[in-house]
Write a protein that binds this ligand. Structure first.
Ligand SMILES: Cc1cc2nc3c(=O)[nH]c(=O)nc-3n(C[C@H](O)[C@H](O)[C@H](O)COP(=O)(O)OP(=O)(O)OC[C@H]3O[C@@H](n4cnc5c(N)ncnc54)[C@H](O)[C@@H]3O)c2cc1C
Length: 339
């Protein structure tokens, strides 16, 4: 069977590639980062691991249910919590039940590694250009050292956030793809990971996930070290409000951005967030789509199959990304050009 190229090794790209490979296709994934997973990201920091994007996996539908079942039998998935606490202006906490949140001892990125098993993935290769030539889709990638390289395939999957697909698709002059891509918007998020020495005050906190509905600076705080079995330090991940992230996403003074987030946490919660032992900030320019396409993928069969998929097709969740990836694979499996 002919080679299918998949750009992006997030949940959508991995689920699509896995399904295509299962159907007998030869699949090559090209990923710009060093690791797989995209927004399902775990950072190794100061002798621990921290989930800096998706905080946990919850059953949201058919795909996440199946993935959780697979992970349950393959490795030690653990139930983290099914309660979120909501911060109230009168300093009280309102516990609310939510879907079961599952964590993994090595962080959520192990989910992506599980999906990536047996797939052929080229890492640290950023796709810069796609074009149609000699009866093939051809992609030009920039490698970590700056060199350019090219790959050909009979079909192309763009499993990247819609705004990142636009510069690749625009030169192809395919308005049926470009116009819908341009209609998708993403909320940004700034994640701040912070570590502290354990103290009775930190240990007494009753929450794992805290939501701050009244704040325009902070949206959620995750007690990340409570996902680990024998944590030696107290680790939190602060997720900014999208409006705060929009304002500071291009700031060249990340030190000040981090300080503003910590001060907001300290002042709101009256807890000593202000002086962490260590901190690391991450900017998610495309954290979560604020609207969606309303269908599993965006495709054209001419001149050869090209399909865009990702969470933004169906929603803003892990389930949406997986469903879109599998949907894209199903469409490709029915293409006569790929028999
Ligand atoms: C802070 C945060 C909190 C979240 N919280 C939740 C939550 O509570 N619940 C939930 O269900 N979901 C949550 N999500 C969303 C969830 O993580 C995403 O919906 C899902 O992971 C998206 O997967 P994807 O494959 O569509 O995209 P991505 O994970 O973005 O994958 C795209 C991949 O393409 C690669 N790529 C992009 N451009 C190129 C290029 N030119 N060349 C090569 N590779 C390229 C990227 O590096 C990336 O690996 C959260 C996300 C973030 C960031």
């Amino acid at each position: 069977m002919e080679q299918i190229l998949v750009i992006g090794a997030g949940l959508a790209g991995l689920s699509c590639a896995k399904s295509l490979q299962k159907a007998g296709h030869s699949v090559l994934i090209v990923e710009k980062s060093r690791g797989v997973g995209g927004r399902v990201a775990t950072k190794r920091l100061y002798n621990t691991c921290v989930d800096q994007g998706l905080p946990a996996l919850e059953p949201q539908g058919e795909c996440t249910d199946q993935l959780l079942a697979d992970l349950m039998s393959a490795r030690s998935l653990q139930l983290w919590t099914d309660i979120t606490h909501q911060w109230q202006e009168n300093y009280s906490l309102l516990p609310r039940s939510m879907g079961k949140q599952y964590s993994l001892p090595d962080g959520v990125n192990a989910i992506a590694k599980h999906l990536a098993q047996d797939l052929k993935i080229l890492r640290q290769q950023r796709v810069e250009q796609i074009h149609y030539a000699h009866d093939n889709w051809e992609i030009t990638c920039q490698m970590a050292e700056g060199e350019l390289t090219q790959y050909q395939g009979k079909a192309l999957v763009l499993a990247v956030p819609a705004p990142q697909a636009i510069p690749l698709v625009a030169p192809l002059k395919l308005p049926s793809l470009l116009t819908p891509l341009e209609s998708i918007e993403f909320d940004p998020c700034i994640s701040l990971m912070v570590g502290y020495t354990p103290t009775p005050q930190w240990e007494a906190l009753p929450w794992q996930i805290l939501t701050l509905p009244q704040s325009t600076t902070l949206q959620k705080i995750f007690y990340d070290s409570r996902k680990r079995s024998h944590p030696e330090q107290v680790v939190f991940v602060l997720h900014s409000h999208p409006d705060f992230a929009r304002h500071y996403i291009d700031s060249d003074n990340l030190e000040t951005v981090a300080r503003t987030l910590l001060r907001a946490a300290q002042e709101t919660l009256d807890l000593p967030f202000d002086s962490p032992q260590w901190q690391q900030i991450h900017r998610w320019r495309y954290a979560r789509p604020s609207n969606n396409l309303g269908s599993a993928y965006l495709s054209t069969a001419e001149p050869l199959p090209l399909i865009c998929c990702g969470d933004w097709c169906l929603g803003n969740s892990a389930e949406a990304a997986l469903l879109s990836g599998y949907g894209a694979a199903q469409w490709l499996n029915t293409r006569p050009q790929l028999d």
